[in-house]
Design a protein around this ligand. Structure first.
Ligand SMILES: [Zn+2]
Length: 115
């Protein structure tokens, strides 16, 4: 091994959170949830499909599958914004979203004020 003098390798500055990593982990979890859930469509006619349909028409309790699909869409949108360089900006007011909020909700599109 050759020592080249000053070794200043800092892969991750302390104030920079790896949002991409957070988002990709979340995406994986959601994809697993959707795969495991089997979609809830045409699974042998058990249960009451009409009741869940009515609930979704009313905008009440969404099925876990629908929730996971929506969340997955949000996560993928956030990953696209990371690529665009617009990630972390509020879509409502254009201000930067607080890092602690992004850490808790990496796929969020709005700051606390606009949420
Ligand atoms: Zn805002």
């Amino acid at each position: 091994m050759i020592f080249s003098g000053n070794v200043t390798t800092e892969p991750n500055p302390a104030d920079e959170i790896d949002y991409r990593n957070l988002l990709e982990e979340e995406r994986l979890l959601l994809q697993q949830k959707l795969t495991a859930g089997g979609g809830g469509v045409a699974t042998g006619g058990q249960g009451t499909p009409d009741a869940s349909k009515i609930a979704s028409w009313r905008g009440e309790a969404k099925s876990p599958t629908v929730q996971a699909q929506e969340a997955l869409g949000e996560v993928e949108g956030a990953l696209r914004r990371l690529d665009d360089g617009t990630y972390g900006r509020c879509e409502g007011c254009g201000e930067l979203v607080a890092p602690e909020r992004l850490e808790a909700l990496p796929a969020t599109r709005n700051c606390v004020k606009c949420a």
